[in-house]
Design a protein around this ligand. Structure first.
Ligand SMILES: NC(=O)c1ccc[n+]([C@@H]2O[C@H](COP(=O)([O-])OP(=O)(O)OC[C@H]3O[C@@H](n4cnc5c(N)ncnc54)[C@H](OP(=O)(O)O)[C@@H]3O)[C@@H](O)[C@H]2O)c1
Length: 245
């Protein structure tokens, strides 16, 4: 059972992308956490939740009005996790292996879902973080968004949009620190996790390196609980290590 002892308790939490593999596991774990009072579970289609602590709300992160509507009446969020993301389309469109595959619509879709959406969510959620005590706004990013770690190439849109997300997080973190000295705005790398997003790319993953969503979510909550403001603005991995930009 996860704990969130570094926060002022009980926590009011928000998970966006609750229909996803990692987002759904985060909602389940937060529901089991005795330190958590409530979870606002947002996904494009509001989904019934097993726990009475969880309230489903519809939210499309590409539609700012729907972000505002989903958060209407919410007074306080202590921990928010954006677990949305896009790597490939269900219609068979795959991440670009070569510059020959670069396509305006595909690139714009990656940037819209992976960078612009989480930034607009931050615009509406950061003002809801209390000014006192530890609070966290986290967005799931990816190690491949690290420019210094890019030795393989490929996946242009996903890589570039996650790099943009990491820069947005860093910029939001600097502004946030001026108003809320104990707040954190961070990116999280969950490891390689079994999900719809990763499924076409799972061949060749070494034994033990493909995490279940439950394991990844549990690690991410433990990492979040252990962080202090020295990590503000950084991309932090499932094992607690910091990933260079
Ligand atoms: N799985 C991995 O190996 C891995 C590795 C590194 C980083 N990550 C990151 O982890 C995050 C979660 O990925 P996952 O593996 O859990 O993938 P997933 O199961 O495919 O979940 C993706 C989620 O994003 C939501 N979403 C997409 N577009 C949206 C929109 N416009 N508005 C609201 N929600 C939207 C999806 O909602 P719908 O159900 O409505 O489509 C779904 O809930 C992503 O940011 C991903 O880049 C994953």
């Amino acid at each position: 059972m996860p704990t969130l002892r570094s926060f002022r308790r009980p926590l009011r939490t928000l998970v966006i992308g609750s229909s996803g593999a990692i987002g759904g596991a985060l909602v389940d774990l937060l529901a089991d956490c005795p330190d958590v009072e409530s979870i606002l579970a947002c996904s494009r289609t509001a989904q019934p939740q097993a726990s009475l602590k969880a309230t489903p709300r519809a939210m499309d992160i590409l539609d700012e009005a729907s972000i505002a509507t989903a958060l209407a009446g919410v007074e306080r969020i202590d921990l928010a996790i954006v677990a949305t993301g896009h790597l490939h389309a269900s219609d068979g469109i795959q991440p670009e292996k070569s510059w020959r595959a670069l396509d305006q619509a595909q690139l714009l879709q990656s940037f819209a879902i992976n960078a612009v959406g989480p930034a607009l969510v931050a615009k509406h959620v950061l003002p809801l973080l209390p000014r006192e005590g530890k609070t966290v706004f986290a967005a799931l990013s990816a190690r491949v968004g690290s420019i210094s770690d890019n030795n393989l190439g490929g996946w242009y849109g996903y890589r570039a949009s996650k790099a943009a997300l990491n820069q947005l997080i860093r910029t939001l973190a600097i502004e946030l620190a001026r108003q809320r000295p104990r707040a954190l705005c961070i990116g999280l790398h969950p490891g390689t996790v079994d999900s719809t997003l990763s499924r076409p790319f799972q061949t060749g993953i070494a034994d033990g390196k493909l995490f279940t969503p439950h394991f990844a979510a549990k690690r991410l909550l433990a990492v979040i609980d252990g962080l202090d403001t020295t990590s503000n603005g950084q991309l932090v991995a499932w094992d607690g290590s910091t990933i260079a930009p």
